[in-house]
Design a protein around this ligand. Structure first.
Ligand code: TSJ
Length: 650
């Protein structure tokens, strides 16, 4: 293969060698997420350009050879010679780590969050990469490639030739195509749905941005464009809920420190849904920007309530929680030098963001509520919050009862629970099993030392709809709370978890799917840490048994059935399992519970927004939305649907 064109470039390339040596340090993993990270590095650069006001469109193409192309209609990467590196700016962008900032000093450049290690990282982990820049009526081209050095090591991201003028054009923009290196990513390939989901989020977060995705391998394509930005995002997330006002409250502001945008509204539900982003990255764990917003919301509404006679002198202020019952809000912040904290580094730590969000929100909400036209809105919100305060008192009472039962005699509650003998939580598993009959089989078939069984009779109640006191009053839910020994909500403590794995076992039909959704909703709302720390699983019972005299095989999806029949050969029989209840204890153990043989799906909250939406559509009042959702997703052949909805196989 070709060699590099100037000796001094070797120095520059040392940065890329580091990336090659430890890809995980730069892109997190060399799995599917890491592969897509290469694409996001490129897309982020194009988004930056558009966010700065240059251009409005990004086109992403997944090519037949597995490469990806990203094109924008911005100003084009600068092509002039870099003053110190003595190569073109384009070359610096693709060969130096963190090159982006050097050209961006006069602009806001927001990459530098979780992504933002730069386009050079994509180059370093690609087989080849080429870039076309259109600007100044000219077209420029440059290509980079990897080759095997004499010492046997892979050299990657090496310029084939300097940036070259290749023609004239009236267009403007940058286009980058790269092929992820299969020596790094194996046979992983770009996933249309992963890309589609993220670019839709980016389209919501960057109003006016037009972003197209075409997959030339399949012919699929999507386009996203939201003139309403996060206001549209909020409406999308609240689709299927009963919204209390016709339009969301929206404001945006820019200070020396940051740009902030907020959209909020209320629904008739009882839960709070706050989604925040910093530099287009979801801050799932919240942080200072959320704290600032929330504290301002509480203060503005309490002040209003007092000055307008909703709270009398003797009344205590309402709490933030009261004002956030049924609140949906999106907070999007763009700022430099972000500090991410928390377990998953998705919590904003910058103290200045609290100050700014507090002052912006206070000013904007005061403006909104002091407008006579919005009197009715304030009235509805404050009355709703007063209802919440009342229910809070009731919940406190209910919790005290649950706590008392936990310590004194949780005998009643866990009566149906067959616990295990080990107390080492990392070894212990709690199976929550649909139906008494399957529960019975599970109790008999299990490993008593490490596996506990909790049979669920009917459907436990709907956690989205009810207030917390009602949820906690439900016997099945109380049993789960008692059994897990973690407490809930602000009492939740992972250190005291009794069972390291919580495994939901439900039938492969609509009822089973519903039960699973209800349980996940409950965990999502009240023990979120259990999901985020990876303790919740969905078990996969078989759909069929294919057998003859001296041959038995269990089949877990329709897709695998024909192959199993072939393996079994002439004279085979098929048993279709309609429910867990049809299996005897040995079969249940062998197919679903035996850690050596079973398949578990780990439940993750990779995308809290999506999870919340699924839960809401399933549980909400809006029957049409639910039907639509079921029609779209109701494939009860678990391997496929589970994987899509809940994450990875384990
Ligand atoms: F990541 C990347 F570098 F590969 C890449 C960059 C990929 C894609 C698809 C687009 C871009 C990109 C970069 N689009 N637009 C820009 N803009 C600049 O780099 C730029 C242009 C002009 C000026 C200026 O000050 O005149 C400054 C910058 C940073």
């Amino acid at each position: 293969m070709s060699s590099n064109y100037e000796a001094k470039d070797i120095v520059v390339l040392e940065g890329l060698d580091a990336v090659r040596l430890r890809p995980g340090m730069y892109i997190g993993t060399t799995g599917l997420k890491g592969l897509h990270h290469l694409l996001w590095e490129i897309v982020d650069n194009a988004i930056d350009e558009i966010a700065n006001g240059f251009g409005d469109k990004i086109i992403i193409t997944i090519n037949k050879d597995g490469s990806a192309t990203v094109t924008d209609n911005g100003r084009g990467i600068p092509v002039d010679m870099h003053p110190t590196a003595h190569v073109s700016a384009v070359q610096v962008v693709f060969t130096e780590l963190h090159a982006g900032g050097k050209f961006n000093n006069s602009n806001y450049s927001y990459s530098g969050g979780l992504h933002g290690v730069g386009a050079s990282v994509t180059n370093a982990l690609s087989r080849w990469l080429n870039v076309t820049v259109c600007k100044n009526k000219k077209k420029y081209y440059m290509e980079f490639e990897s080759y095997l050095a004499p010492n046997g090591k892979v050299k990657s991201g090496v310029p084939k030739a300097p940036l070259k003028e290749i023609g004239e054009t009236n267009e403007r923009g940058t286009s980058v195509t790269f092929l992820p290196d299969n020596r790094v990513f194996g046979d992983l390939t770009f996933d249309f749905d992963i890309i589609s989901k993220r670019i839709e989020e980016l389209a919501f977060l960057n109003k006016g941005l037009k972003i197209d995705l075409t997959d030339l391998r399949t012919g699929k394509n999507v386009s996203y464009h939201y003139e309403g930005g996060i206001k549209d995002f909020l409406l999308y997330l609240d689709k299927g809920k009963n919204r209390l006002f016709s339009t969301p409250i929206y404001f945006s502001a820019e200070t020396d420190v940051l740009r902030a945008e907020c959209a909020l509204e209320y629904t008739d539900g009882y839960t709070e849904n706050c989604f925040s982003f910093v530099n287009n990255i979801p801050t799932t764990e919240g942080g200072t920007h959320e704290v600032g917003f929330k504290s301002a919301l509480t203060k503005v509404l309490n002040d209003y309530a007092r000055s307008h006679g909703y709270l009398k002198e003797k009344d205590a202020n309402l709490l933030g929680d009261d004002y956030r019952e049924g609140l949906s809000v999106i907070i999007a912040v763009k700022m430099k030098n972000v500090q991410f904290e928390g377990q998953t580094k998705t919590k904003l730590g910058n103290p200045e963001a609290k100050v700014e969000l507090d002052s912006i929100t206070t000013k904007e909400l005061n403006k909104f509520f002091n407008d006579k036209a919005n009197e009715k809105v304030a009235d509805v919100i404050i009355n709703k919050a007063k209802g919440a305060a009342k229910s809070r008192e009731a919940a406190k009472h209910a919790k005290e009862i649950t706590r008392a039962k936990n310590s004194a005699d949780n005998f009643n509650l866990v009566g149906k629970l067959a616990s295990c003998t080990s107390r080492k939580s990392e070894l212990c598993e709690l199976f929550i099993v649909e139906g008494d009959s399957a529960g019975g089989s599970a109790k008999m078939g299990r490993d008593r030392k490490t596996q506990a069984i909790l049979p669920l009779r009917g459907k436990p109640l709907n956690a989205e709809k009810k207030r917390i006191d009602q949820v906690l009053a439900n016997e099945e839910i109380q049993t789960i709370i008692s059994a897990l020994e973690t407490g809930i909500q602000e009492d939740f403590n992972l250190d005291t978890l009794r069972y390291g794995k919580v495994i939901i076992l439900s039938d492969a039909d609509q009822d089973g799917m519903h039960i699973r959704s209800i349980l996940l909703t409950f965990f999502y709302r009240y023990m979120r840490g259990l999901i985020t720390s990876g303790h919740v699983f969905v078990g996969l019972p078989p759909l069929y048994k294919v057998y003859k005299k001296d041959y038995t095989e269990y089949v877990y999806s329709d897709k695998e059935l024909p192959e199993a029949i072939e393996r079994c050969g002439k004279g085979y029989s098929i048993q279709r399992y309609k429910g867990l209840g049809e299996m005897n204890p040995e079969q249940l153990w062998e197919t679903t519970m035996d850690p050596e043989k079973r398949t578990l799906m780990q439940v993750t909250i990779d995308d809290a927004a999506q999870a919340e939406k699924m839960v809401t559509v399933w549980m909400g009042d809006n029957i049409d939305a639910r039907k639509e959702y079921i029609a779209e997703h109701a494939n009860f052949n678990r391997l496929d649907t589970f994987a899509e909805e809940y994450g990875k196989l384990k």
